[in-house]
Design a protein around this ligand. Structure first.
Ligand SMILES: NC(=O)C1=CN([C@@H]2O[C@H](COP(=O)(O)OP(=O)(O)OC[C@H]3O[C@@H](n4cnc5c(N)ncnc54)[C@H](OP(=O)(O)O)[C@@H]3O)[C@@H](O)[C@H]2O)C=CC1
Ligand SMILES: CC(C)(CO)C(=O)C(=O)O
Length: 340
C-alpha cells in the first residue's frame, strides 16, 4: 500500500499532511526541530477559510525509528536550499520487505519546490523523481499553526515524471491528491508547468521585501518576469498556459480574510521566521540559467544581490527587512549598462 513520507513540516508539508489526515490517505510527516516536536505533542491549528481546527497528525521526529516500506513515496517539502541535505539524509536508509527497493534511493520521490532546481538535485540520489508544481497559498509563520487560503480547494497541483513522461505512479499520486481535496492532474511535460510557476515566483516572491511607489514595483515585477521568459525561451522551454489545465480553475482563488495577506508569500514567510530564504533558487536560478544560455538578467541579478545583502546570516527574526525599489532599480540599470 502506498504511504507518503512527507519530509519538512512547514507550510507545504504540514498542509499536505493535514489534507491527507482529513481524507484518509496514509502518510507520515517527518520534520525537524521544535516544529515537529510541537506537532507530535499538540498537533496543529489548521486554518482554512471555512474555519480553524485542531488536528492531530502522524508525525516523526527521528527517522532512525522509522521502517521504510516498499510502498513509500518520499515527498520532500523543504525549501530548495535544504533539499540536498535532506536527500543525503534519506537516500541510503534501508527499505524493508521483499520488493525491488533496497534503499530509499530506489523509492519514488516527489519534489513540489518552486523553481527548476529541485528535480536535478534529487536525481543525484533518487532514480524515480516526480516533479510537482503546486499553487497553494500556505502560510507558516507561527509555531504549530498552518494557514491555507486556497478556496474552495486548498490548491492546484500538476505532477509528472522528471524529466518527462506520464506513468501509472504519476497518475496515482495525482488521484491521491484529488482525494485529499486538491485539484490535481498528471502531465507528461512537468518541466513546462514548473517553468510557468517559476515565472510567477521570480515576479513576486523577492519583491515582497521591497517598498516604494506601486508603479515602479509593478514595472520591476514585469522586468523580472520578462527576463525569466527570455531565459526559458533560450532553453527551448515553452511554459505551460493556464488554459492547458484539464480542470477548470476559474472558480478557484484565495479567500478574502482567510489570514493570507498579499505580499507575504513563501520567501517573506522564511524571512519573517528568521529562516534562510530561497531567492538564490528562484531569481538566482534565472541568473544562473541566463549565464549558461547567454541571456542578460540584470533585474534578477540585482534583486538576488539585494536580498542577499538585506538578509545576512545571523540577523534577527524580529521584523522583515525591507529594501527600497528606487535603489534596486538603480542597481539593475547599472548591471544592465555593464552587460552592454
Ligand atoms: N508556502 C507556500 O505557500 C508555497 C511554497 N511553495 C514551495 O514549497 C517549498 C516548501 O516551502 P514552504 O513549505 O513554504 O517552506 P517552509 O519553510 O514553510 O517549510 C520547510 C520545512 O522544511 C523543514 N526542513 C528543512 N530541512 C529539513 C530536513 N533536512 N529534514 C526535515 N525537515 C527539514 C524546515 O525546518 P526549519 O523550520 O527547521 O528550517 C521547515 O519546517 C518551497 O520550494 C516553496 O517555494 C510552493 C507553493 C506555495
Ligand atoms: C504564490 C504562492 C503562494 C502560490 O502557491 C507561492 O508559490 C509562494 O508563496 O511561494
Amino acid at each position: 500500500m502506498k504511504r507518503y513520507l512527507i519530509i519538512g513540516a512547514g507550510a507545504i508539508g504540514a498542509s499536505l499532511a493535514a489534507q491527507f489526515e482529513l481524507n484518509g490517505i496514509p502518510y507520515l510527516l517527518c520534520g525537524r526541530g521544535e516544529q515537529i516536536r510541537h506537532i507530535q505533542a499538540h498537533g496543529i491549528r489548521y486554518v482554512r477559510p471555512e474555519g480553524a481546527r485542531s488536528l492531530g497528525l502522524q508525525a516523526c521526529a527521528d527517522r532512525s525509528e522509522l521502517v521504510l516500506t516498499q510502498g513509500d513515496v518520499l515527498v520532500f517539502t523543504t525549501k530548495t536550499q535544504d533539499l540536498e541535505l535532506a536527500c543525503r539524509d534519506w537516500a541510503w536508509l534501508p527499505v524493508a520487505g521483499s520488493g525491488p527497493a533496497r534503499t530509499a534511493s530506489e523509492l519514488p520521490v516527489l519534489t513540489p519546490q518552486n523553481g527548476l532546481a529541485a528535480e536535478r538535485i534529487a536525481l543525484r540520489w533518487f532514480s524515480q523523481v516526480y516533479g510537482a508544481s503546486i499553487n497553494t497559498p500556505a502560510r507558516y509563520t507561527e509555531l504549530g499553526q498552518i494557514v491555507v487560503g486556497g478556496y474552495p480547494e486548498p490548491g492546484l497541483v500538476v505532477v509528472g515524471r522528471y524529466p518527462q513522461g506520464e506513468d501509472e505512479l504519476a497518475a496515482g499520486i495525482a488521484a491521491d491528491l484529488c482525494r485529499a481535496g486538491y485539484l490535481a492532474e498528471s502531465r507528461p511535460d512537468i518541466l513546462r508547468w514548473k517553468a510557468a510557476k517559476l515565472i510567477s515566483s521570480v515576479r513576486n516572491n523577492a519583491l515582497d521585501l521591497f517598498e516604494g511607489p506601486s508603479d515602479r514595483l509593478q514595472a520591476y515585477a514585469a522586468a523580472l518576469a520578462q527576463e525569466a521568459i527570455a531565459v526559458l525561451g533560450a532553453m527551448g522551454i515553452s511554459p505551460a498556459r493556464a488554459q492547458e489545465r484539464r480542470h477548470s480553475v476559474s472558480h478557484w482563488g484565495i479567500a478574502p480574510g482567510c489570514g493570507i495577506e498579499p505580499g507575504q508569500q513563501s520567501t517573506w514567510q522564511s524571512i519573517a521566521r528568521g529562516a534562510s530564504h530561497e531567492v538564490d533558487f528562484l531569481n538566482g536560478e534565472i541568473v544562473r540559467l541566463g549565464r549558461l544560455y547567454g541571456v542578460a538578467t540584470p533585474f534578477n541579478q540585482a534583486i538576488q544581490q539585494a536580498v542577499g545583502q538585506l538578509c545576512q546570516p545571523g540577523r534577527s527574526a524580529q521584523g522583515v527587512c525591507r529594501g527600497q525599489i528606487d535603489q534596486l532599480l538603480s542597481a539593475a540599470r547599472e548591471l544592465a549598462a555593464r552587460a552592454g
